[in-house]
Design a protein around this ligand. Structure first.
Ligand SMILES: [Fe+2]
Length: 580
């Protein structure tokens, strides 16, 4: 059976293809449109997935969409009644629902084929079931507590479920407008980071502060025994219809979601671009500490209700790698699975796998995140020649030597290998690499390419076999293939890898498995042989844009920035050696 999974009419629109229970392609729309978090319909991503998998549109049996307009009707009706007072919002909602119904036409239009050639059956999958499925079915075939912690989707913000025997059984949920995701969002906005998806900046800043305002955070959200939690809505305006959500040029933006009462509680908000003070760092630390307190509360309930040792967690909040690395253990979970794409982009995969399961296919646990488009050598050569950029083709051994030498000399390298990563993090297929031992490399990276806020950390990659020498691991963090959990750097290692050790002594490490990305694993091993440190900085290959996808994106980014070397497959380009 061939299933097309889509996340549409949400931010982070995406598509995937599942053939006989196995994910064979998955692409986020933003990689192709080159606009971050592209919302709307993932027409380009659908096209790309069909091309990658060599599947014709007429072969698709099922289209699974991560949205179910009939789900959670009770809450929807109540909210709908309130929204009758606000016709603009009601019209927006209705148009979104209408689009979801006519998905087959949207697919046909995107592919430029007659509607009659799309014979697939439409299967709506509730947003949070899709999140949970993306965590459980993608990587696991064992019983697990399935938890989705999110902003909102299909009228819920949080779901605890029991995943067992091929079924996802809903146990407890929290309805909109109460949402831990929205709590984190208002604090992100308050701290002067207004862009959609800026929450990770607060997570980075948290390490610089102390959680001295934890009591004030507890004013904003109340943890409950039976209902998990409730927002104190006095501090919010999203439930009043006063928040604008726009999709300018496909990129989502959100107007301010907090009320004046938050200013009364915490003082004046930080203006975007103004100085980040210790006060702001303390507020970020308090936000993160409270989020972790709330997550542990939710996870303890999931543990109590299911009794399982394994946790499968997704949802926008599951992108909080700091919490992922330390909260599940405190709630009693021994094994933790978070997918490479925990945010809404990942729901296309969750919806498709869930549809496969309910249609009776045997779902193949597929752990590889390398599900995107490949780069062809001849295309890369053609574009380099067109730009007049000199290149060399090297055997693997020589290529790895050159990269290690360049990195050791303080160089910054654009590294493109094989199929692009699924999810928001570069994992050694579209990465920028640098030397983790070099204390000045963060400044160089920011100067040459990234121009990020100075408080944001850079993440390391290490071969999984050698991770224990450098990082403190436990059972729940013994496998981190997707940079989805932050872990402590061993005290005796911190001085040796200063550029990836954050202010709180942690790192968002990727533990690289040979069978997942052999060339990258070999590169890290070679780095270890040559320098004694088998670790590289791995940051996404981009410059204030989505991660590069095609050879053109990579070559253009290299040409625009001051990277020292570009590697595409076996091809190597050095800056300053002809035409660049
Ligand atoms: Fe979501």
């Amino acid at each position: 059976m061939i299933i097309l999974g889509v996340n549409a009419y949400h931010a982070d629109a995406s598509a995937c293809l599942v053939r006989d229970g196995k994910v064979v392609a998955a692409v986020e729309e933003e990689r192709i449109t080159r606009r971050k978090h592209t919302a709307g319909f993932p027409g380009n991503a659908i096209k790309a997935c069909l091309e990658i998998a060599g599947i014709s549109h007429s072969e698709i049996d099922v289209i699974a969409i991560a949205k179910d307009p009939k789900a959670n009707l009770h809450g929807r009706l109540l909210e709908g009644a309130k929204r009758l007072l606000n016709p603009k919002l009601l019209i927006e909602r209705l148009s979104v629902a209408a689009k979801a119904v006519d998905l087959g036409t949207e697919v046909a239009n995107a592919l430029g084929v007659p509607r009659s050639e799309i014979r697939a059956e439409l299967v709506p999958v509730e947003h949070h079931i899709a999140h949970v499925a993306s965590a459980w079915l993608y990587g696991l075939a064992e019983p697990a507590a399935g938890v989705s912690v999110d902003g909102s989707g299909d009228f819920l913000s949080t779901l605890i479920s029991k995943c067992e025997n091929g079924r996802i059984e809903k146990l407890v949920s929290v309805e909109y407008p109460h949402s831990l995701g929205y709590f984190y969002t208002i604090m992100t906005q308050y701290l002067g980071f207004p862009n959609y998806g800026d929450e990770y900046k607060v997570m980075g800043l948290a390490a610089m502060g102390k959680p001295v305002y934890l009591d004030k955070m507890r004013e904003i959200v109340h943890l409950k025994k039976d209902d998990l939690f409730r927002l104190n809505l006095d501090y919010f305006i999203h439930h009043t219809g006063g928040v604008e959500m726009a999709w300018e040029s496909g990129e989502p933006s959100l107007s301010t979601m907090y009320s004046e009462k938050l200013i009364d509680l915490l003082g004046p908000a930080r203006e975007k671009g103004s100085e980040v003070t210790q006060h702001h760092a303390d507020l970020a630390a308090s936000t993160q500490a409270f989020y972790e307190e709330a997550l542990i509360h939710v996870l303890k309930e999931a543990k109590r209700l299911t009794g399982f040792d394994t946790l499968a967690m997704a949802g926008g909040c599951a992108q909080n790698s700091l919490a992922n690395g330390r909260c599940p253990q405190q709630a009693g979970f021994r094994k933790v699975y978070v997918p490479p794409s925990g945010h809404d982009g990942g729901t296309s995969v969750g919806a498709a796998l869930y549809a496969a399961l309910v249609r009776g296919d045997t779902v193949v646990p597929g752990l590889t995140p390398y599900l995107g488009r490949s780069v062809k050598e001849e295309d890369a050569i053609a574009y380099l020649d067109k730009k007049g950029i000199a290149w060399r083709k090297l055997a693997e051994d020589e290529l790895l030597e050159e990269v290690v030498s360049c990195v050791s000399d303080g160089g910054v390298i654009g590294w493109v290998q094989g199929r692009a990563e699924w999810g928001p993090r570069a994992l050694g297929a579209r990465s920028i690499l640098a030397d983790a031992r070099n204390p000045g490399i963060k400044d160089i990276l920011n100067l040459k390419i990234k121009r990020r806020e100075s408080f944001r950390p850079f993440a390391p990659s290490v071969p999984i076999e050698r991770a224990g020498e450098w990082f403190v691991l436990d059972e729940a963090t013994s496998s981190i293939p997707y940079m989805e959990k932050v872990i402590p750097v061993r005290e005796d290692a911190r001085e040796k890898i200063p550029s990836v050790t954050h202010h709180d002594g942690t790192a968002r490490a990727q533990l690289v498995q040979k069978e997942m990305n052999e060339r990258y694993w070999k590169l890290l091993q070679r780095m270890g042989e040559r320098t004694g440190v088998p670790i590289l900085i791995n940051t996404s290959f981009n410059e204030n844009e989505p991660i590069v996808d095609s050879e053109v994106d990579a070559i253009e980014c290299f040409a625009r920035t001051k990277m020292d070397m570009l590697v595409i497959g076996d091809l190597m380009v050095r800056r300053g050696q002809g035409g660049n």
